[in-house]
Design a protein around this ligand. Structure first.
Ligand code: ARG
Length: 254
């Protein structure tokens, strides 16, 4: 009798296990989605084309990596200033938004390996009297909220007379510059070069301090396996020429 109950028990467990296996198998077949946060105001890394579609280097990079890892990709467009909060609240799984991997940010997010390094520039109108960093004294400088450029501008404002105007979106800053309401925009160098060419502007380099390269950000301490996977694909892309292809497509302006 006891033996009977025992074998029934075993049978039940086996059936249960099989069912669980079957379930996890069918669950694995439908692709999982990763939600990416970005601020699509930063050509050529992320911007909206005429049809309102989000395009750019970071978008292609994220598409390649997630496809390679077997994920579906969903993109959420928000203000740059809100991206780290979105990671912390779990609204997005990762951020690709030209984000510089600073030590300060590393306190609240984890970063992939760096995939691009730019530097900084000050963008002005073509006929501007502001032609170098010495000319910035007494001017109005525009920066994007939540960026390292905002931080840098505020630091600079402690050493010279500088008014800092901070806005949410880069094209708004360029608008302000064109309207003459600010004297210069402090911008990522790659992005600055694009605007200088497209919008017929001028500019000069910030030679004051080096900033870290751009990396993909993840919620802190949550998913080291996912970061490892992303890093593996980035390394693959460095080796198989895919990263160079993206650089040629988006970053090299003739
Ligand atoms: N690299 C700068 C930073 O990390 C600016 C990034 C702005 N990105 C954007 N998509 N608007 O602070």
């Amino acid at each position: 009798m006891k033996k009977n109950i025992f074998s029934i028990l075993i049978a039940v467990i086996i059936v249960g296990l099989l069912a669980a296996c079957g379930q996890s198998k069918s669950g694995g077949e439908e692709k999982k989605t990763l939600v990416m946060g970005t601020s699509a105001d930063f050509p050529p890394f992320e911007t909206r084309d005429n049809n309102g579609e989000i395009k750019g280097f970071d978008i292609d990079l994220a598409k390649y990596i997630t496809k390679e890892l077997g994920y579906e990709l969903e993109i959420k467009d928000m203000n740059f200033d809100g991206l780290i909060g979105a990671l912390q609240s779990g609204t997005v799984d990762f951020v690709a938004s030209g984000m510089s991997a600073t030590d300060k940010r590393k306190e609240s997010v984890d970063f992939s390996t760096e995939y691009h390094h730019s530097g900084e520039m000050f963008v002005t109108l073509k006929d501007s009297k502001v032609k170098s960093m010495e000319d910035l004294d007494g001017t109005k400088l525009g920066t994007q909220l939540g960026t390292i450029q905002e931080e840098g501008a505020k630091k600079l404002a402690k050493t010279i007379e500088l008014k800092v105007k901070t806005l949410n979106k880069v094209p708004e800053l360029v608008q302000e510059l064109k309207a003459g309401r600010i004297d210069a925009v402090y911008l990522d160098k790659t992005v600055a070069q694009g605007y200088i060419k497209e919008a017929d502007l001028a500019g000069f380099d910030d030679e004051s301090e080096g900033t870290p390269g751009m990396a993909i950000a993840f919620p802190k301490g949550k998913n080291s396996k996912l970061i490892e996977d992303f890093n593996k694909v980035i390394k693959e892309m460095q080796e198989n020429g895919e990263l160079e292809k993206l650089q040629k497509k988006w970053l090299e302006q003739e």
